[in-house]
Write a protein that binds this ligand. Sequence first.
Ligand code: NAD
Ligand code: 0WE
Length: 266
Amino acid sequence: MQLLAGKTALIFGVANKRSIAWGIAQAFHQHGARLGLSYAGPALERRVRPLAESLGVSFVEPCDVGSDEEIARVAEKARSAFGEIDILVHSIGFALREELQGPYYNTSREGFHVAMDISVYSFVALARAFQPMLRPGGALLTLTYYGSEKVAPNYNVMGVAKAALEASTRYLAYDFGPHNVRVNAISAGPIRTLAAAGVTGFKDMYRQFAETAPLGQEITIEDVGNTAVYLCSDLAAKTTGEVVFVDAGYNILGVPVKRREMEEND
Ligand code: NAD
Ligand code: 0WE
């Protein structure tokens, strides 16, 4: 089954082999897509290049999405390398570390700005920069988290940024609709990636999660990759502006309590 045969996809946000972006890249590769990868900056090249090579990917470009010039440069490079593209994946989020602990009301003006710029505006900026080379039937995809809807302690300004990212997904879907380009978001359950490492309380939350979610399982980058394939393939031809959960059902719970073994004996 090759759901992305003949399609070209650019994936932003690969940092290492644990990255959600890398799970998406592998799934896209399995489904026959031609790939380009982008990473934040020179410090990550030594990790990202070998990953790209393992999939036979030669388009591997640094891009700090906080810079309009760097976005324009990568868009130009993509145009010369691919001509047109079908899929763009935004798997990027960032807040200053000090903003991810303590009361949300302590968020600084600078911290608020950085989180919104890198985690939200960058998706809009990429959409605009790549709009002229997006083929009809194409798709944009971003990654979000349930902390946009409900309070996840310490997620703070990132939760507010994710709410704005999800709203951006709907406005972009409206704008790109006439071009027959779809725009969706995947809301992933907690995964142990670089962005989750060292986050206050993440370990506890991660353990609790699988014991509570309806499916009783942890979320992997492969799970997210598979849903990304579907959303960016023609199978999802009439789905746009949506937030699709890949969370083992966690978000449907009104009372998220830990489940016991052998529940059927109640
Ligand atoms: P990750 O650390 O592997 O990926 C985050 C990426 O953002 C990194 O590649 C990093 O280099 C990049 N980035 C940060 N600042 C950047 C900048 N200025 N320019 C370009 N790139 C920049 O972690 P991840 O968990 O794979 O995160 C990917 C996305 O998934 C993020 O949007 C995150 O919020 C979201 N998400 C993660 C989880 C989770 O539990 N890990 C759950 C739901 C959603
Ligand atoms: O979106 C994320 C990660 C967001 C993130 C993480 C970091 C850590 C290191 C953004 N910026 C930074 N900046 C850093 O300096 N997730 C969904 C994972 C995550 O992060 C949390 C979570 C969850 C879940 C932070 C607090 C509480 C829960």
